[in-house]
Design a protein around this ligand. Structure first.
Ligand code: ADP
Length: 247
């Protein structure tokens, strides 16, 4: 059997905040072409791991590999440039910019986008419109981001990330805080984008969503990877049931 090529891999990742061992030697792989799930109880280090992967927070030690190259020690923008995309639990759209400007602005440096005005070229607008159409938000393209509902913001953020055409997309709670119909649509889009070749790593609390979508699934406990497996293996693992699924 040929092992799956990892597009993203973390090895012995460590981040302590004072005495709090937020991430304490986590290791896992995200196989190319997978929808990989990262689950674990509150406080097990999931968000911190995302922050370490995109350098929102600097790791104390450990290695992060993206597409065969070591990226820990490299700045955030460089990781993005190399094909790392990420959404946030709390969306980070520019509130005073329109939906279209937000999707286009992601390609500019942060400081330029912060100026609040983005000159949008025809080609950029067409690309952004296509993605907004895909996520079902084209009709909102000229509205200011602050006028959108939370679910709508999540859809725009997905379009924004796709604009960069990343190799691997980190999704922080894609099903969190949105209605059941949108959860279903979100799952369909992730599966469809995956079928076109996009790799995903997602943190999610909604277990039916994770179990129906992700393979492999990595289970974190106290900042470490406790176990990894298929949805079936995870669901049958007594340690996982004890530590997590049972509560
Ligand atoms: P999860 O996303 O699995 O809920 P987190 O990564 O948010 O877990 O948190 C892991 C642990 O690290 C928690 O105990 C949390 O309180 C702590 N932590 C996270 N970020 C910080 C920070 N910036 N400063 C201090 N402690 C933090």
């Amino acid at each position: 059997e040929i092992p799956d090529r990892p597009v993203l891999e973390v090895k012995n990742l460590v981040k302590h905040f004072g005495g709090v061992k937020a991430v304490d030697g986590a290791s896992f792989v995200v196989p190319e072409g997978s929808i990989t799930g990262l689950i674990g109880p509150n406080g097990s280090g999931k968000t911190t791991i995302f922050n370490l992967i995109d350098d929102t927070v600097h790791a104390d030690s450990g290695e992060i590999w993206l597409d065969g190259q070591r990226i820990d020690g490299r700045p955030s923008w460089d990781r993005a440039h190399r094909g790392l995309g990420r959404t946030f639990q709390i969306t980070r759209l520019f509130r005073e910019m329109t939906v279209l400007e937000n999707v286009v602005a992601v390609q500019r440096t942060f400081s330029v986008a912060q100026l609040g005005r983005v000159a949008v070229s025809g080609a950029e607008a067409r690309a952004a419109d296509e993605l907004l159409e895909y996520v079902g938000m084209r009709a909102f393209r000229d509205q200011k981001a602050h006028a959108l509902s939370y679910g709508q913001q999540k859809l725009v953020e997905l379009a924004q990330i796709l604009m960069l055409d990343p190799k691997v997309v980190l999704l922080d709670e894609p099903a969190g805080g949105i209605n059941p119909a949108l959860i279903e649509r979100m799952g369909e889009m992730i599966r469809e984008l995956n079928s076109y070749g996009k790799t995903f790593l997602l943190v999610e609390h909604n277990m039916p969503f994770v179990l129906g979508l992700c393979d492999p699934i990595h289970v974190l406990a106290r900042g470490r990877t406790m176990t990894s497996g298929t949805p079936d293996e995870i669901q049958r693992d007594p340690a996982v049931i004890d530590a997590y699924l049972g509560d």
